[in-house]
Design a binder for this molecule. Sequence first.
Ligand SMILES: Cc1cc2nc3c(=O)[nH]c(=O)nc-3n(C[C@H](O)[C@H](O)[C@H](O)COP(=O)(O)O)c2cc1C
Length: 333
Amino acid sequence: MPIRTRITELLGIEAPVVQGGMMWVGRAELAAAVSNAGGLGTLTALTQPTPDDLRREIERCRALTDKPFAVNLTILPSVTPPPYAEYRAAIIDSGIRIVETAGSKPQEHVEALKAEGITVIHKCTSVRHALSAQTMGVDVISIDGFECAGHPGEDDVPGLILIPAAADKLSIPMIASGGFGDGRGLAAALALGADGINMGTRFCATKEAPIHENVKQFIVGNDERATNLIFRRFKNTGRVARNSISDEVVRISLQPDAEFKDIQPLVAGARGRAALESGDVEGGLIWAGQVQGLIHDIPDCKTLIGRIVDEAETIIAQRLAGFLAPAQTAVSA
Ligand SMILES: Cc1cc2nc3c(=O)[nH]c(=O)nc-3n(C[C@H](O)[C@H](O)[C@H](O)COP(=O)(O)O)c2cc1C
C-alpha cells in the first residue's frame, strides 16, 4: 500500500522521500534517478559554475526523467558571494516548479520564487527559523537535526526533539532531515509529526551518485562515530566525515588564537571536490553525517527507495499495530 502524506500530494511524488541539495553530488544523474524511483531528486545550483551551466544541467535532468525534480539554492555567508539572483533567474526561466532554499536570509529569494508560483521548500535547523520561513510564505519546511551532514546550526538539537517540537508549531507540511537512511527512520519521522524524510549521506552511497566508488565504500565502512564538527568557533558549524583533513581542522581550530585563514587551505571546496572525484578519501573534506552507521551497501536509488517504503509500511502495519493489544475480557469471580 503506498504511503500518502501532505508531501507526496503537494509535490506530486510517489514516495515521501526527498534527496537534499548536495554540493558536487546533486547533479542530473542522481536527481533523475531519485525522481524516477518515485522520490524527489534535487539539483544543486551552485555545483554549476555559472547560471548558464545550471540551465544546461536542468535540461540534462529533464532528458533523464519526466518526473518532478527540484533545484537547491544554498545561501551561505561568503566574502565573494555567487550571483544568487542570476542563479535564481536561471531556475525560474527554466520552468522549475520546486525549489529547496537553504541558508541564511532567504526572504528575497522566497518572495521572487513565490511570485512565480514555485513551490518552496526551506531547509533550516531550528524551530524559530522554521516559523519565520513559514511566515515568509514558504510551502514546506525541511528541518535538519543535529545528526545531519552539512550545516546543523549551533543549537545542537537532535531530530528526536527538533522534529516534534517543530511539528507542534508549524501548520505547513514538514520534511524531517538528518540521520535518515532506512524504513525505520521514515516510520519514526511520520510518528514524530513529519510528512516525509530528506536524505543526503544515504544517497551518496548509491550506484547513481556521481562520485568515486572509494568514497561510497568509505561511507559504508564508517560507523555512526565517524564524523567531525568543523567551523564551530566560526559559528558556521559543519558536520563532515572523519578523516585526516577534518581531524587536522579540528586540531587547529582548538588553538586559542586560531583564525579561519589557518584552516582555509584544508577546507577549500576545490579540494573536497577533487576528493569526491579522485576517490582519495584523505584528500579533502567529505561531507557526511552520523547516518553512516546505518549505511551498509550501495544500492541503486530505485532499490533504496522501494526498500525504505516497504520497510516503513511493514513497521506501521505490523510491528506498531501489533503493540495494540486486544481488549482483555473481564474474568468474573
Ligand atoms: C556531500 C553533501 C553535500 C551537501 N551540500 C549541501 C548544500 O550544498 N546545500 C544544502 O542545503 N545542503 C547540503 N547538504 C545537506 C543535505 O542536503 C541534507 O540536508 C543532509 O545531508 C541531511 O542529513 P543526512 O546526511 O544525515 O541525510 C549536503 C550533504 C552532503 C552529504
